[in-house]
Design a protein around this ligand. Sequence first.
Ligand SMILES: N[C@@H](CCC(=O)N[C@@H](CS)C(=O)NCC(=O)O)C(=O)O
Length: 236
Amino acid sequence: MAPTQTQPLELYYWSTPNGRKITVMLEELGVPYNVNFIEIGKGEQRTPEYSKISPQNQIPGLVDPEGPGGKRVTLFESGAILMYLGRKFGRFYPLDDELARIAVEMWVMWQMGDFGPILGQAHHYNLSAPVEVPYSIERFTKAVHRSYRTLNGRLGEVEYVAGDYSIADMAIYPWAARFERHRVDFNDYPNVKRWFETVGARPAVKRGMAVMKPGYVDRGGAVNPARAKAAEAAAE
Ligand SMILES: N[C@@H](CCC(=O)N[C@@H](CS)C(=O)NCC(=O)O)C(=O)O
């Protein structure tokens, strides 16, 4: 039987893709949690207190007052947090079926090592770099499309990335949701489009994606027009 969570989990969060992976999972699990907003744009992550939770001073972080052996445990790294929650509550991370577990772990690792970092770099050079760097825009735009080809190919074989709906989908979805920032048109990736609409229609995913500091306005897919032309050229 899955454990019950008596004291709420403490989530250290900002409404970015890596943060939203965890709110989606917590909403799917339906367990009690408190959101501690860490406004990264204001540098709130760079405090000595917070480095006790995240040694790299990044979100997300999680504290479970009812960790292994009933003792408090502190976690950082979104992939590790998803795996911990999946193991603890026995959901979305199949532990008894080795083939299913391998599939989940491969796609979580792929998201952590490729999809997220590549898209993150593309967002930076498309939107935030203080100077336009055409070489970097081209390099990361090409890498984005390579990753999408991989994802689209996989989703042509299975309904969800690891077969059944799992933490792998929760890791990938919030990054794909920033498609405007990495300038991807899902019509070019029909299997991704089908999957994105299916996952996005889940009520828990909608709730998890919507967790935001009251009063804060998400920039959403705002694209810097000055960089758009270089990204378009690289995608051709
Ligand atoms: N590998 C980490 C990456 C975490 C990460 O990049 N967090 C970003 C927000 S999505 C952050 O905290 N940025 C602020 C900073 O690095 O100072 C994870 O997946 O948890």
